[in-house]
Design a binder for this molecule. Structure first.
Ligand code: ADP
Ligand code: ASP
Ligand code: MG
Length: 409
């Protein structure tokens, strides 16, 4: 008897026909005593549509109400999919995140799962039902509905799998695995057979949208291997797990990621004394805003500093408000916002022992005549902030350099 958790993303449940396709496949592949949980996203682009609707009503919609609104998207898909199973004669039941026991903190619009109380799902499985859980949503201890950030259904799936100690967690999507770059913009990107949690987390964090970073983290902490594969064919996908099992471990660069959901804020003329960086970044942290790249440069002419950092475009309005509020007390000259930027990154645990990776990346960008505004590094990645218009060229130039003939896997 196996417990299987299968997550289907928005494009996989975009139409009634696609939903029936999923039902047919599940019923065809299911062994009689398999216990099956499906975690589903909102249909097609409906989360984007809800966001657009919110912006028309109130561009600064309270985050609690935003969660109330966005959570409806997933509720539509679970009810329809459960009914599609019933239509084919198989018992099924849908659960919202709250009903499925997904407990989160109260950080509305990007809440983190703290615990999964699986008993209700477990009972329904024991009754022989296929259980359909709404991805992307949870509930606080006070009963408020929360959402988990864009792409959060991935995290729901991994958390449900961990809670049920499932045998398998599969992420079904519109690509047949994790590639060395986004296959939508790099035509010769290569599919990976497997990738470690650490490298996948870094790729995801740096923009590889195929997995939500928190899902990978959750998988790593709870030792849930994740199989990323296609909704539309049976080809084996990519396994995300703790260690490589079949491949050589000598990859230097595992993949190239890019992210256009980036904005740069430059705070100019900050008086140079201890505590200024603390003041800016603690105020941003207080507002629950993630800051990514940070550069401080000293100005010799007037003993002031420029402090530059990046946030997501999604959080730019909130970040700008925080900086605006600090202007008077900090007495800096001005701040500037730039939204036409993007970040390209190379990721690979192998770069630790390989000098010259950064130089090669900068060389590939120079050859493509692309200017770098900010550079940042971690142990297993290097990132460059570039003009947004150059992002496709940049990813291809870097990918061509590291994967010149397309690497067989
Ligand atoms: P879903 O709706 O199923 O969650 P997403 O759109 O969130 O699907 O994720 C799948 C998409 O992720 C792919 O269509 C692809 O364009 C994008 N993607 C970005 N980077 C990668 C990568 N390295 N490998 C595979 N897909 C990637
Ligand atoms: N529907 C949500 C989104 O579009 C969650 C998800 O699809 O994972 O981000
Ligand atoms: Mg997704």
């Amino acid at each position: 008897m196996a417990t299987l958790v299968k997550k289907f993303g928005g494009s996989s449940v975009a139409t009634p026909e696609k939903m029936h396709g999923i039902v047919d496949r599940i019923l065809r592949e299911k062994k009689p005593d398999d216990r099956i949980v499906l975690v589903v996203s909102a249909m097609g682009d409906s989360t984007d549509d809800l966001l657009a609707l919110a912006a028309k009503v109130n561009p600064e919609m309270p985050k609690r109400e935003m969660d109330m609104l966005l959570a409806t998207g997933e509720q539509v898909s679970i009810a329809l999919l459960a009914s599609a199973f019933e239509a084919k004669g198989h018992p099924a039941i849908s659960f919202t995140g709250a009903q499925a026991g997904i407990r989160t903190n109260d950080k509305h619009t990007k809440a983190a799962i703290q615990d999964v109380l699986s008993h209700r799902v477990d009972e329904a499985l024991n009754e022989g039902k296929i259980v359909i859980v709404a991805g992307f949503q949870g509930v606080t201890d006070e009963g408020a509905i929360t959402t988990l950030g864009r792409g959060g259904s991935d995290t729901t799936a991994v958390a449900v799998a961990a809670g049920l100690k499932a045998d398998l967690c599969e992420i079904y999507t519109d690509v047949d695995g994790v590639y060395s770059a986004d296959p939508r913009i790099v035509s010769n990107a290569q599919k990976m057979q497997e990738i470690t949690f650490g490298e996948m987390l870094e790729l995801a964090r740096l923009g590889a949208g195929v997995m939500q970073p928190r899902a990978v983290e959750y998988g790593e902490h709870n030792n849930v291997a994740i199989h990323v594969r296609s909704t539309f064919n049976d080809v084996p996908g990519t396994i995300i797990r703790g260690e490589y099992t079949v491949q050589e471990k000598n990859f230097v660069i595992r993949g190239v990621a890019h992210d256009t959901n980036v904005a740069k804020i430059a705070v100019r003329g900050v008086p140079d004394h201890p505590g200024v960086a603390f003041t800016i970044f603690s105020a941003l942290a207080e507002a629950n805003i993630d800051v990514d790249m940070i550069v401080q440069s000293a100005r010799v002419e007037d003993n002031k500093n420029d402090i530059l950092f990046t946030v997501t475009k999604t959080e730019l309005v909130d970040a700008t408000a925080v900086i605006e509020d600090l202007k008077e007390s900090m007495n800096f000259d001005k701040f500037e916002v730039e939204i036409n930027v993007a970040k390209v990154s190379v990721v690979g645990a192998g770069m630790l022992g390989s000098p010259g990776i950064a130089a090669a990346m900068f060389g590939a960008l120079a050859k493509a005549n692309i200017n770098i505004a900010v550079i940042s590094t971690s142990e297993i990645s290097i990132s460059c902030l570039i003009p947004e218009k150059d992002v496709t060229n940049a990813v291809n130039a870097i990918h061509d350099y590291y994967f010149p003939n397309g690497k067989e896997e």
